[in-house]
Each structure stands twice: as structure tokens, then as C-alpha cells.
Design a protein around this ligand. Structure first.
Ligand code: ATR
Length: 275
């Protein structure tokens, strides 16, 4: 049985994360349910790694229809699901769960979010493009997976080079240090680290401003604030920039389509988020 407050809705969805209170996903998905007249509600579930087994029992028992999965659960949740698709296995993370008659199926839409975000720059054709990815965490793995699938050539840099070695091996990308940036003729630069996010690293950038070259395309996945120092520096150097809300929104739209079969567009959600 669902909690009393949810009995009026046919379907319950939600995000399983910790901390969860600042998540924008409920705003996005509840607006989409309303827009498509779907009798469902999307809630926040404050779930830390160690709570996952008990929480997933609740999902099965109460027939919660689907989940978004975020920090710190994207990797940990994989071992408790009934099925995980090849994409999520390769990326090493699940951000979407679909409850199929009590069997929990995990997949990953982050890589599609990243691809669609890059493509907002004039329907970017990625085959053969040289792309520098900064960072080597879970987000970087999803971004690299998507870009490699499109035939891009990936260069990867990370503060701790040892942390990047597994990713470089799994996805066959070139590991590079700062000393190489100038000689690489990079087309696109993507920050996948948390550097620049509201809080203590807000005024920092993971990339030296003097290395940006005019007409490069520069994307950040940080969306709070939208104009990070990384993007400001890039803009000043004459680069085209892609702000971080795009990947967030596109991965959510893909998730929504998997759950409901309904397609919505970026501008609708930007309107909801007042961006
Ligand atoms: P996520 O799953 O969101 O990608 P993560 O797995 O914790 O998060 O990875 C965070 C990434 O941001 C890592 O590449 C990390 O670099 P390290 O491997 O050196 O830890 C990077 N990162 C975090 N803080 C950073 C900082 N202050 N400067 C540079 N890189 C940073």
C-alpha cells in the first residue's frame, strides 16, 4: 500500500538520492505528468546507499512505477536490481529504474542527455570530432560512452590521473595532461567535474582560461550556477557555450519517455524551471 497521501494517484514515481531536497527532478516530472494529463505523482525519496535494499523492497511491494537514481546510489543500486541493460553495465551506473510487474529494470539516460546537449550546438555532427573531457567520475563515464558511440575521438584529463586510467581503458580514450592541450586542436571541451558548482568551488574552473581557443564549443554539466567560471572564461575567449541545464533536462525527458512513452521538448521544461 502507498502512503495515505498518495492514494489519490494511480502511479507513483520518484528520485532516490541523498541529499535529495534540492533536486529539480520532481519539478520537471510532475510538470510533465500534468502536461500529458497522466494520473501520477513524482516524489523525493531520501535514500542513502545503505538504505537501498529496504527501499527497493518497498518499491516492489508498493508497486512504485519508476525511479530516477542520483548521488550516491547510481553504482550501488545495480546489484539489487533484477535486470540491468548493456548500456548501464558499460557505463557502470544506473540513473533510471522501471518497475515491470515487480521486476526492477535499470538503465542509463545520462549519456543521451549529454549527447542531446552537445547537439544543441547546430545539430553537431560528432564523427571524427576531437573532444576533451575533464573528469573521470560516473558522469564522465556516461558522457564518454555517448560520444564514443557517435564516433568522436576522446581526450581525457583528470586531477588524479590514476582515477582516469580505468575509464581510459574501458572506453579506449587518450589520457592527456595540461602540457598537451595547446597542441591538440580540440573541437569541443566538456567539464564533467563538480568544480564551479555553487558553494566553495563556485569561483574555480577546472581548465586554464588561457587555453581556450576561439570557436571551440565548451559545455559544462554543472547547472548551479548556469554561468560557471569555466563557461564565462570560454565565452570571453570567443567560444560557443552550452550550459549545464541541457544535459539535466534531456536525461529527464528520455527517462520520462521510457516510463510513459510520451515525448516532450527542452523548451517546455526550461519554461517549468524558469530558465
Ligand atoms: P560524478 O559521479 O558526479 O562524476 P565523482 O565520481 O565523485 O562524481 O567524480 C568527480 C570528478 O570530479 C572526478 O573526476 C574528480 O577528480 P579526482 O578523480 O581527481 O577526484 C573531479 N573533481 C572533484 N573535485 C575536483 C577539484 N576540486 N578539482 C579538479 N577535479 C575535481
Amino acid at each position: 500500500m502507498l502512503g495515505a497521501c498518495n492514494l489519490e494517484f494511480m502511479f507513483l514515481y520518484g528520485i532516490a538520492a541523498h541529499p535529495v531536497e534540492h533536486s529539480l527532478s520532481p519539478l520537471i516530472h510532475n510538470a510533465l505528468f500534468k502536461h500529458f494529463n497522466i494520473d501520477a505523482i513524482y516524489e523525493k525519496f531520501d535514500v542513502d546507499k545503505e538504505d537501498l535494499p529496504e527501499f527497493l523492497n518497498k518499491v516492489r511491494k508498493e508497486n512504485i512505477a519508476g525511479l530516477s537514481v542520483s548521488v550516491p546510489n547510481k553504482q550501488e543500486i545495480m546489484k539489487y536490481l533484477d535486470e540491468v541493460d548493456d548500456v548501464a553495465l558499460k557505463i557502470g551506473a544506473v540513473n533510471t529504474v522501471i518497475n515491470k510487474n515487480g521486476r526492477l529494470f535499470g538503465t542509463n539516460t545520462d549519456y543521451i542527455g549529454a549527447l542531446r546537449a552537445v547537439e544543441t550546438c547546430h545539430g553537431m555532427f560528432l564523427r571524427g570530432r576531437k573532444i576533451l573531457v575533464i573528469g573521470a567520475g560516473g558522469a564522465a563515464r556516461a558522457v564518454v560512452y555517448g560520444l564514443k558511440n557517435e564516433g568522436a575521438e576522446i581526450f581525457l584529463t583528470n586531477r588524479t590521473i590514476e582515477n582516469a586510467e580505468q575509464l581510459a581503458k574501458d572506453f579506449d580514450v587518450h589520457l592527456v595532461g595540461y602540457e598537451n592541450f595547446r597542441n591538440l586542436q580540440i573541437d569541443i571541451i566538456i567539464n564533467t567535474t563538480t568544480v564551479g558548482m555553487q558553494g566553495e568551488s563556485k569561483n574555480l574552473s577546472p581548465y586554464p582560461a588561457e587555453f581556450f581557443q576561439k570557436d571551440q564549443i565548451v559545455m559544462d554539466i554543472v547547472y548551479k550556477p548556469l554561468m560557471t567560471k569555466f563557461l564565462k572564461d570560454a565565452k570571453e575567449k570567443g567560444c560557443q557555450i552550452i550550459t549545464g541545464e541541457k544535459m539535466l533536462i534531456y536525461q529527464a525527458l528520455e527517462q520520462f519517455e521510457l516510463w510513459t512513452g510520451k515525448k516532450a521538448d527542452l523548451d517546455f521544461v526550461k519554461g517549468v524551471l524558469k530558465l
